[in-house]
Design a protein around this ligand. Sequence first.
Ligand code: FAD
Length: 365
Amino acid sequence: MRTWEVIIIGGGIIGLSLALALRKRGMRVLIVERGEPGREASYAAAGMIADFAPELPPLLLPLAIASARMYPEFVHELQDESGMNVDLRDNGTLLLSAHAASGLGWKSESETQSGLEFVSPEAVAKLEPELKLNEHVAFFRKERSVDPRALTAAAIQAAKHREIDIVSGNPVEGVVISAGRVSGVSTGKTAYSAPVVVNCAGAWAGSIPPCQFPTRPVKGQILAVIGAPVLRHVVRGGEVYLVPRTDGRILVGATLEDAGYDKRVEPDVVQRLQQSAIEMVPALRMATLHKAWAGLRPGTADGLPILGETSTGGYFVASGHYRDGILLAPITAKVMAQVICGEKLEYDLSAVSPLRFEEKQLAMG
Ligand SMILES: Cc1cc2nc3c(=O)[nH]c(=O)nc-3n(C[C@H](O)[C@H](O)[C@H](O)COP(=O)(O)OP(=O)(O)OC[C@H]3O[C@@H](n4cnc5c(N)ncnc54)[C@H](O)[C@@H]3O)c2cc1C
């Protein structure tokens, strides 16, 4: 009978990256995935490695910056082990702001700290000839992007290569707890045993009993166009962002919707996204809609991820990465492997601990 030291619930980019980090430490790992690995939020994402954004919670910045720095090595290893290309691009991002530097909440001080460089309209015309500024000012920032579908596919391949077990097709219905400690998971059809369980179930993480932390789905509709003049940079505007891929596709995203677990794509929303993209790059009028899809970001009430051990011994969580799970995958894998293996922690994780929800409940009760 096969035995495992760690069971990971959920085969998205977070579960896969963590499985690889634990396997490298010699642990026997099983991933239990409800559907097909890598087909939920990690499949829907645009792939911006944006470690600066006005909406990124300040408490998350140290982890975000560290993770962005880890990306080239993270990708190198995955490409090496999988033989796949994940389209890591480092042409940088043009951020458009409606009201000079203050428009997106950037103060001149944070402008320098965050690596933003003002770009004159003449320079923008040279960098991205098809981009229309429409009263906006532009800033350049060194940022990377990746193709999250290729990244996740490479992580699945690398996991197989490293003999990480993956079972798919049945949801985990509950985490099994014996004498106050975790002892495995149950899918209803069968049970798997391990002394450590990590909940990496994305937007669904909070609904797996014993439900010790809340997560909520935040829907994002997004599309890809083809046949347009090629953009070199990621462009982030007020309404939409544009993320070019090396194969010529340009992604246009994304909505932020409170729609429960609904993943339907609405034609009027797709049209609105396309229209906003055309306002930024009029030549996109010539582009053809390649595909539109929707995904569910794992959101939390305070906008921070949930990383660490719960009050049940051996039961850990790595979820709630909201809009930044692709960016945060390498650092999540690193810090969670450190926590699980009892290693010295490089970062103070108290702000992202799952215990913050239990403490709140106690205070209210
Ligand atoms: C439109 C859109 C654009 C985005 N753009 C970016 C971006 O540019 N940059 C960025 O950094 N992030 C972006 N994100 C966010 C990013 O996609 C997520 O934060 C990240 O993918 C979360 O990864 P995950 O592994 O936690 O979740 P998921 O990829 O959703 O994986 C969770 C897995 O758990 C499985 N699961 C759920 N319940 C169970 C169960 N009971 N039993 C077993 N398995 C279960 C699911 O089937 C799924 O495979 C975007 C998201 C969306 C929707």
